[in-house]
Ligand binder design. Structure first.
Ligand SMILES: [Ca+2]
Length: 244
């Protein structure tokens, strides 16, 4: 009985050894195949001068030459065991046959090669009109202030007056106001003074109420042309007026 058990154990041990040897042999074969593929084949086929005594590897640079052959750049990295390699650091190109398929296919377009998306044409309208109502006068039935648009600081803007959404008339702000020139690109001709009249602003003459005054300046572009819209001048609704 004991002899049988011992024999079985010896058989199992022999089998294990056999599989271990097969496994190690496979590893060695794969390693040799990898080595041959990486170095020996390239050494003999690509650069025999370097390949006999030096290791080299691709740098990652590739290109197609004038013959449409696909070329790969290599760099010499060091000596093989027991050899002298005097080419360390040297780079060289190795190319496939002319008209390589890789060079005949169009290259994929990279994002950076695409033309930039066309920007919308500039409108020249980068600033809103600005300005103030400086005051009103019931006895003169008038309003005064200033307005300008830095897109076209020379341009005199049209200013529209209203009270609680009732239109009261308009004026071009073109009077000299040296005190606001620094706010208007150095140009002083942006003041306004406007006397309301009964035709346009009859409500102000009713004598019943004090009416708040709003002023809005016309928006212009860099050419001084209307660019759409108006902008409230500061102090709108702050001053009231009663012309009755
Ligand atoms: Ca503007």
């Amino acid at each position: 009985m004991n002899d049988k058990l011992a024999k079985k154990k010896i058989e199992e041990h022999t089998n294990l050894k056999f599989f271990l040897i097969i496994f190690l042999s496979l590893l060695v074969i794969l390693g040799v195949a990898w080595y041959v593929n990486r170095y020996s084949e390239r050494s003999s086929a690509i650069a025999p001068n370097y390949g006999r005594s030096c290791y080299f590897r691709p740098t990652g640079n590739t290109e197609c030459n004038a013959n449409k052959a696909f070329c790969t750049e290599y760099i010499v990295t060091g000596p093989k065991p027991g050899r002298n390699c005097s080419y360390i650091g040297l780079k060289f190109w190795s190319c496939s046959n002319p008209n390589d398929e890789k060079c005949l296919l169009p290259k994929p377009t990279k994002d950076k090669d695409k033309p930039p998306t066309a920007a919308p044409p500039p409108t020249g309208d980068n600033y809103a009109p600005k300005g103030y109502i400086d005051g009103t006068s019931g006895s003169n039935c008038s309003v005064s202030g200033w307005a300008c648009d830095l897109d076209s600081p020379k341009t005199a803007l049209k200013v529209y007056f209203s009270s609680e959404r009732r239109s009261l008339g308009s004026v071009v702000a073109n009077q000299s106001r040296p005190d606001v020139a620094s706010d208007c690109g150095g140009y002083p001709g942006h003041g306004y003074y406007y006397q309301f009249n009964r035709t346009e602003a009859g409500i102000l003459f009713s004598g019943e109420d004090d009416w708040p005054i709003d002023a809005d300046a016309q928006n212009v572009n860099s050419k001084g042309r209307p660019a759409g819209g108006t902008n409230d001048l500061k102090n709108s609704s702050k001053f009231t007026i009663n012309c009755g």
